[in-house]
Design a protein around this ligand. Structure first.
Ligand code: SAH
Ligand code: SF4
Ligand code: F3S
Length: 511
């Protein structure tokens, strides 16, 4: 099949008509088609000097030397799920021939958006304004938007009206279609919008560009069925769908063969994994099977909903060395009254008793959480209940959020708490959380712990940054060669939320 474009309209029609129906072959086909198109564009730019004002001759020649046909910048907003999606998007773009670019001075800029709180949306609008100025100077650049925010019709309307410089828009259910949507944009010459209401299929086996060679996220499920009354995620990510265990295990085996030693199993509520599969399997059972994979040395997961956390999972965390001694267990509120209005399906007492059982099984576990302040109807007494849980559990860290109205969710129409009250409670909560975390996090000072070295230290020359099993960061002297390995580190000094250490010598190992 000749994918070359000579006569614009007829050639595009011909190429489209010859595309295979089945996935992932269809996307592979459009990857080729895009590559043919952008290669021709790139060669034209090289020959005519067009775009030189933007990149300079040197940059273009560098791209040519690397066999690349342009630059692509993927910006991720939001959670780990989005970060994993971005790796898939980048994988497709690199396969087309783009080179990953760190700044928005790129041929293709793609924002993978989040809409969990309003400030996430505002950030995107702000940056789109900036891209408008850039596109005026460089009309040939392409701008794409995808992710959770795009699943809201009000957002699409606003972008169509006020941000017409955007070239392509797609949602959370069809990210695997990036190559085809990009092709449509080229073929049609104006904005392409392709949003699916729900997921039709889970397409596997497309290229992925991992951010780290030694650790990786792995989706085990998509969507959410919980409908917490404040949360927009079930509306923009759709109903809960678990991947088949064999698909997951195969992916992890491949990752292990590729040098990955740490995996993070991802889902909005991993504790309900597998319940709706044809052959149901529990999350705990999945964890056990993952832990049997040779080469994988650390297993993490997020997020755990307290209502579904089973005794079986607690046992696996206790018995399985590879499962990290860290649990992110969102509390949201310490008031049983508010938890009920939030539709969380547990009480303050349930949460505290769960923490007790977990700590009895894994005494040294690090617990982290999410808390929302100012949920509709929250009184000072309710807030005191939250502080009470914070003081009793003593979390290693807590992500604290001011409640943000999400249109279409039940809480949006409930009576709201005044902004200044929310702000004041938030400040009080943050202070408390930080003080406790500072005390709790230092508990391993003077011990030796394994640290997976992730990078050279950003601030200190001759240092590297590693992550302990319990997710705390440690900085210690070391070089590039340590990156990706687990090193035994003596934790010399706690600085609140991180440690300073040194590679353990024989003496400290014996302590
Ligand atoms: N599935 C995860 C959470 C995903 S969203 C869970 O159930 O724990 C991440 C966090 O964002 C939530 O835990 C919650 O604390 C916060 N969040 C969600 N919706 C919010 C809203 N409308 N306003 C403020 N914070 C919110
Ligand atoms: Fe949102 Fe609740 Fe689902 Fe988490 S469990 S994504 S907070 S609805
Ligand atoms: Fe945001 Fe979507 Fe994640 S709304 S928090 S990116 S699931």
């Amino acid at each position: 099949m000749d994918l070359c474009v000579k006569n614009r309209d007829t050639d595009f029609d011909r190429i489209r008509a010859a595309a295979p129906e089945k996935e992932p072959a269809r996307q592979q086909y459009f990857i080729e088609a895009d590559r043919a198109y952008f290669t021709a564009e790139f060669e034209r730019a090289l020959a005519t000097g067009e775009a030189l004002s933007r990149y300079g001759k040197e940059c273009l020649e560098n791209l040519q030397k690397n066999g690349r046909i342009g630059t692509a910048n993927v910006v991720t907003f939001g959670c780990q799920m989005n970060a994993r999606d971005s790796e898939k998007l980048l994988g497709i773009l690199e396969e087309i021939g783009f080179q990953e670019w760190e700044s928005e001075e790129a041929d293709f800029v793609l924002y993978n958006t989040c809409t969990v709180r309003d400030n996430a949306n505002q950030k995107v609008y702000g940056r789109l304004g900036y891209l408008r100025t850039m596109k005026r100077k460089h009309p040939r650049m392409l701008i794409g938007l995808c992710g959770c925010m795009m699943q809201e019709s009000a957002v699409i309307e606003k972008i169509r009206k006020s941000y017409s410089h955007v070239d392509l828009i797609f949602g959370t259910h069809n990210i695997f279609k990036l190559a085809e949507i990009l092709f449509e944009r080229i073929a049609q010459g104006n904005m392409v919008v392709d949003i699916w209401e729900s997921a039709k299929e889970i397409v596997e086996d497309l290229p992925i560009e991992r951010k780290y060679p030694f650790k990786s996220g792995v989706n085990i499920m998509f969507g959410c069925n919980n409908f917490c009354s404040y949360c927009i995620v079930p509306y923009v990510r759709g109903r809960e769908r678990s991947r088949e265990p064999e698909e997951i295990l195969e992916e992890i085996r491949r990752l292990a063969a590729d040098g990955v030693i740490e995996v993070m199993l991802l889902g909005q509520n991993v504790n309900s994994y597998g319940k709706n599969l044809r052959e149901p399997i529990s999350f705990a059972a999945l964890l056990r099977r993952v832990s049997e994979i040779e080469g994988i040395r650390r297993i993490r997961f997020m997020t755990s909903h307290p209502k579904d956390l089973s005794e079986e999972l607690i046992e696996v965390m206790r018995d399985c060395d590879k499962v990290c001694a860290h649990l992110h267990l969102p509390l949201q509120s310490g008031s049983s009254r508010i938890l009920k209005k939030m539709n969380r399906k547990y009480t303050k007492e349930d949460y505290l008793s769960l923490v007790e059982r977990i700590r009895a099984a894994v005494p040294d576990i690090s617990l982290t959480t999410d808390i929302i302040v100012g949920f509709p109807g929250e009184t000072e007494e309710d807030f005191q209940e939250t502080l009470d849980v914070i003081r009793r559990v003593r979390f290693d860290s807590a992500f604290t959020f001011q409640y943000s109205i999400r249109q279409g969710t039940p809480a949006a129409t409930m009576e709201q708490v005044a902004e200044d009250v929310v702000k004041e409670r938030f400040d009080r909560l943050l202070k408390e959380v930080q003080q406790i975390a500072g005390e709790v996090c230092s508990r391993h000072t003077g011990t030796v712990q394994g640290a997976l070295v992730e990078s050279l230290d950003d601030h200190l020359d001759g240092y590297v940054t590693g992550r302990l099993e319990n997710n705390t960061i440690v900085h210690f002297p070391g070089d590039q060669t340590l990156i990706g390995s687990i090193v035994q580190v003596y934790l010399e000094e706690s600085r609140g939320f991180y440690y300073m250490g040194r590679v353990a010598d024989k003496e400290s190992l014996e302590k």
